[in-house]
Design a protein around this ligand. Structure first.
Ligand SMILES: Cc1cc2nc3c(=O)[nH]c(=O)nc-3n(C[C@H](O)[C@H](O)[C@H](O)COP(=O)(O)O)c2cc1C
Length: 405
């Protein structure tokens, strides 16, 4: 039997000493985040609820978002043993330009709501990592100032066609003149989706300090918002106060394929149609000159009960994959999910929430952390699969297990 002893006073002192609050500089906090979900947990603590929920939430009952997550949970990756994976090449060619990863930072509106550096921080990380990033029509940094702040980042401009076609044509011309490499025409927002969290949180833009009761609990966020350039939509002719009103008052619900034809003529360069969910629509827009499609449910933020992008991806790749680049987004939270999508035929994946969590958790460093997490997950997954390059990610390497299995 082990004998007992009287503890030494120094041991007791260490045990009973009042804990000094641990100094947790932002860098250390971010370093401890090993998954995008960890970054999400930090983001939730550090950002007012209305801002966090705007990124985290989805439309209506958020069924589409749960279905997207469930679909990623059904992925089965099939390894090939005894392959030399001592050097793994993750590089891709996206719309004729090199990218170090099959990954793109998706366009997001209201980005400076998450952190005052907003799109500039995202663009700097995109350049450092070597991937493209999208600027939204309802972004919080102007086309030209983002181009000036991040001249070497591959930037794609996301277009919502506005009722005022003069302003729309002007946005296209400005993006072209400022050197944006591609135009993303979003087609899944003919009317505003219903985001219940935003309604319950009374989210307005710019945020009303009175309405968001918990803003006072986030003094650093508030101070940054109050002491930097006021939040506004530099690309819009008017400044409606809520997300839903922007879509309903400014976006054009009369969009047809004639608008795509018009854009094809107006934009010199790669044109992607964002928000495609059927092979028929994919064929239609590629026939009209689109260089690619983004298979997307807008992160389940528009039509809640839409098809799940990952599940419809193979049929869309079959329909147009030989003559257009097919991208996937909506619900991606890990590098393994990007690898699976590439094996199913996607050229690359877009992520929005993943980097928004990073932005909320720690500004530019947080976005960098999100990119580092996704990159290491992509590399590790490829290594474990025995895939030395993206070309090794063929459809036989991935299966979707039946629901519930
Ligand atoms: C906060 C936020 C704002 C967004 N704003 C836009 C936008 O202005 N235009 C657009 O085409 N898509 C927008 N999206 C959709 C994304 O571009 C992308 O399609 C989708 O969010 C990908 O899913 P994920 O966020 O789960 O990665 C937004 C998404 C989020 C999360």
């Amino acid at each position: 039997m082990t004998g007992r002893r009287v503890p030494r006073p120094s041991e007791l002192r260490a045990l009973l000493a009042p804990r000094r609050p641990e100094l947790r500089p932002a860098a250390r906090r971010l370093e401890r985040a090993t998954t995008i979900r960890d970054l999400r947990a930090i983001a939730r603590r550090r950002t007012p609820r209305a801002a966090f929920d705007y990124a985290d939430g989805a439309a209506e009952q958020e069924i589409g978002l749960s279905r997207s997550r469930a679909a990623f949970g059904r992925i089965e990756l099939v390894p090939h043993a005894l392959q030399d994976v001592s050097a793994i090449d993750t590089s891709a060619e996206l719309l004729g330009r090199p990218s170090t990863l099959p990954l793109v930072f998706a366009p997001t509106g209201f980005t400076r709501l998450f952190h005052h550096e907003g799109e500039r921080a995202v663009a700097r990380v995109a350049r450092r990592v070597g991937i493209p990033m999208g600027l939204s029509t309802v972004g919080t940094t102007s086309i030209e100032s983002l181009a000036a702040a991040a001249p070497d980042t591959t930037k794609w401009f996301q277009l919502y066609v506005l009722r005022d076609r003069g302003v729309t044509a002007d946005l296209v011309a400005r993006a072209q003149a400022a050197g944006y490499a591609a135009l993303l025409f979003t087609v899944d927002t003919p009317v505003a989706g219903q985001r219940l969290r935003d309604i319950r949180n009374n989210l307005t833009f710019p945020p009303s300090l009175r309405a968001a009761a918990d803003i006072a609990r986030h003094p650093v966020w508030s101070l940054n918002v109050l002491t930097t350039e006021p939040l506004h939509y530099p690309s819009l002719p008017a400044q409606p106060g809520t997300v839903a009103r922007v879509a309903d008052e400014l976006f054009d619900a009369k969009l047809t394929t004639a608008d795509l034809e018009w854009l094809r003529g107006a934009w010199r360069g790669p044109l992607l149609v964002k928000g495609i969910l059927t092979p028929e629509d994919a064929r239609r827009v590629v026939d009209l000159g689109a260089d690619g499609v983004i298979v997307s449910s807008h992160g389940s933020r528009q039509l809640d009960l839409a098809p799940t992008p990952l599940e419809v991806l193979p049929a869309i790749v079959d329909a147009v994959g030989d003559r257009a680049e097919v991208f996937l987004d909506s619900g991606i939270l890990s590098g393994a999910e990007v690898v699976a999508a590439v094996a199913m035929g996607a050229r690359a994946c877009l992520v929005a929430r993943a980097y928004c969590y990073g932005l909320m958790a720690g500004g530019e460093q947080g976005v960098q952390r999100a990119a580092d997490i996704l990159r290491t997950e992509i590399v590790r997954t490829m290594g474990l699969l025995g895939a030395g390059a993206l070309g090794d990610l063929t459809p036989e390497r991935v299966r979707l297990r039946p629901p519930g299995a």
